[in-house]
Design a binder for this molecule. Structure first.
Ligand SMILES: [Zn+2]
Length: 159
């Protein structure tokens, strides 16, 4: 049996649509949705280039929006859906926000901090534990990224 529910699929589909929006703005296509009680608190896509902000990853954008919405820097009982395995910075933000559960799509062999390149959430040194599961709609999430990078390489060849 899959560890993912029908609602997990629903929210990840939404994150994928956000990732597509990032690609249209020539940002690396990653999308994130923050959910509590099956309601969306925040959403975001990757936009460090357009914002000139190295911290403007999809996860951080969604967490900022969610925290603002509830006027609380801790977002208890929430699930964060993101199309790509989070990096070290985003895992840090997820822990600071006290997100309860993290669900991600594609694995990131180079920078993923939830098992691929680093195992940040498996340490016993953090004072907050985040449940996590990866690989949901991984093919769709990953394909967006590979298509994006392939198109960018093509563009470089032409110009
Ligand atoms: Zn990140």
């Amino acid at each position: 049996m899959s560890e993912f529910t029908e609602r997990d699929h629903f929210w990840m589909q939404h994150a994928i649509r956000l990732a597509e929006a990032a690609a249209l703005q020539e940002e690396v296509p990653v999308g994130a949705v923050l959910v509590t009680n099956d309601e969306m608190l925040g959403e975001g896509f990757n936009r460090p280039i357009s914002e000139s902000d190295p911290s403007a990853h999809a996860e951080i954008v969604a967490i900022r929006q969610g925290a603002k919405k509830i006027s609380n820097y801790r977002i208890l009982d929430s699930t964060l859906y993101v199309t790509l395995e989070p990096c070290i910075m985003c895992v840090g933000a997820i822990v600071h926000a006290r997100v309860k559960r993290l669900v991600f799509g594609a694995y990131d062999a180079k920078a993923g901090a939830v098992g691929s390149a680093f195992q940040v959430l498996d340490t016993n040194k953090l004072n907050h534990r985040v449940e996590y599961a990866g690989g949901l709609l991984a093919h769709n999430c990953g394909q967006l990224l590979s298509e994006f990078f392939r198109a960018r390489r093509e563009k470089c060849k032409i110009s």
